[in-house]
Structures are given as structure tokens and as C-alpha cells.
Design a protein around this ligand. Sequence first.
Ligand code: COA
Length: 315
Amino acid sequence: MPQIPGNAVGARFTGWGRALPPKVLTNHDLEGMFETSDQWIRERTGIERRHVGGTTAGLSIESGGLALGMAGVDPLDIDALVLSTSTPDRTVPATSATVQHGLGLKCGAFDVNAACSGFVYATVVAHGLIAMGARKVLLIGTDTLSRITDWDDRNTAILFADGSGAAVLEATDGPGQLLGWDIDSDGSAEELLFCEVGGTIHMDGKEVFRRAVRIMVDSAKKSMAIAGVTADDIALVVPHQANIRIISAACDRLGVPMERAAVCIHETGNTSSASIPLALFEAADQGRLSAGDLVLLVGFGAGMTAASVIIRWGV
Ligand code: COA
């Protein structure tokens, strides 16, 4: 991926929000649905419970409203809405149309679908919009995977869940937060993880696992090279929350200790587009980030896609 031109208009996150549906499904609840155990799910995935319910638009309006409130931005001042989701409420129109109306925005709105890499893709797109003259962009990552999960399939039903994370991205006078970025896709791996229109998710879990670690690490290394930083410089890695063993193996290969990873998978399961913003903004809300810290966001997903960005927090 190219270097970011030195004269590009910079941007930074000025507000964020998180939303999870109130209904919680624990591993013990799943024990009553198919043959599995709390212990197996914890050991193999790191997941203890997950939230399910709601619609993609509803969760997006909730997280987006919180982000606008924190940033203190009038909805009428937002120049564009970018919604990352692979579980739109309707095929047409894009769910961003519903969200735009629900939040009282008057601006262009569109969905991005890059599966679980989607929020990082959308982050790159949003920075691009600012580089081209937009001043304020609302960026949301939401998925309601419970609606496309086969609840009789123990291979997938233990993993997937619902949630949303949102951020207001505003133009700045300085260089901004984005130091490096990478987006990748390998469509030859499509059959490893897919959902037909109106269907449920099919997954070759073992092969997805094997490739996930490699493509996350590759993407992260590309972004770090563009940013001119090394793993030692990264204060916080925010990986896609798919499986704690994938996170741990990726951190290991990158040379980043797990203490420097943001992890919320035990509470959320795999929420696809929402997983990275949920983990990032939880870490921010917990005071784990200081101004100037380097943060690596890195995702992978169906496609198979991978994406990463290096951002300098709070500049
Ligand atoms: N509960 C209990 N046992 C289960 C089970 C469950 N939910 N699911 C599978 N098993 C069994 C298998 O049948 C198998 O039994 P066997 O040895 O008698 O054949 C055994 O547990 C091991 O199964 P395996 O598929 O090898 O487990 P795994 O360690 O690969 O874990 C996943 C399975 C799905 C958790 C793991 O492969 C994974 O997370 N893959 C990546 C998926 C992913 O990230 N998808 C989203 C991408 S965005």
C-alpha cells in the first residue's frame, strides 16, 4: 500500500460509542441447545458469553448517537456516514440510509462490506474522505450475526454475536492520527467462510484459523513498514475478536506481549464489524490509552480479507 502523502488533510477520532443488545447468551445457555460445554468453548475460543438481538440499524443508531454526543458534533455537521456491516437489515437500501435518517444526518451514507475486516476498511475510507475535503465523518461498525447463524451448528453458533461501535472522525490541522494502512483480499478463499443470501454461515474453522494468523500478521507488518514503526513501538494492538488463540498466536508472531492487546471476546464473542471498535473504545474508556500512543488495528475475515491501520492516539 502507498505511503500517505505528506500534504493530505489529517483526521482524528473525537468521540466514540459502543452498543450491545441487552440479551446475553452464556456458554451454559448453549449447553442446552447442542452438545458442547462451557469449558470447551472457553478453552478453544476464549468466549464466555455474547450479546444477541436488535437490528443493525438500531444498534448503529445507538452507538452512533453516543459518538456524536461525546464529540459534541451536531448531526447536521456530519459530511458522510460510512457503515461497515455484512448483516444489513435489507438488501436494498443500504442500512446506512436507515441510520442516517435515524440520527438526523443530512449527508451521503453508504455501507462497506469487507466482513470482519470491515471496520478497518471503513476507517481507511473515512480518512480518505477527509483527505478529499470532508470535515466530519461518522464511522460505524455493526453486525447482527445472530440473524445469519445456524443455531443448530455447534461449529459456528459458539462464535458469533451482535454489537456495534462508532466513531466521529474529524479533520485536524496537523498530520492526524493515521500513519499507515493496508487492505488485502484473497477471493480464492471465498468458500472457507460464506453465507448465501437468506442463508446461514458456513465455515471451515480449522482452515480459517490457520490462514487468519498469517494474513493478520502480514497485513500488520505492511502497515508498520509504511508507518516506519516496529512492534516495540506499538502501545496497544486491537485485533479482530474471533478467537483468543488466534489473537494470542498473532501477537506472538508479531512480537507483541498479550498485555498489550485489547481483548473483549470473553464478553462479546465475534461481532464481526463491531469487534475492533468495541475492543478499541472499551480500552479507551478504561484509560488504557494516552495521547501519542501508537495503536495497531488489525482485522481478518471472510473473503478472505485482512486489513490494518497504525494510528497515533489523541493527536
Ligand atoms: N463443543 C464441543 N466440541 C466441539 C465443538 C463444540 N462447540 N465444536 C467442535 N467440537 C469437537 C469436534 O467435533 C472435534 O471432535 P473430534 O476430535 O472428536 O472430531 C473436536 O471438538 C475438535 O474440533 P476442531 O474443529 O478441531 O476444534 P478447533 O480447535 O479447530 O476449534 C473453532 C474449532 C471453530 C473454535 C476454531 O477452528 C476456530 O476458531 N476457527 C476460526 C474461526 C473463525 O475465526 N471464524 C471467524 C472468522 S472472521
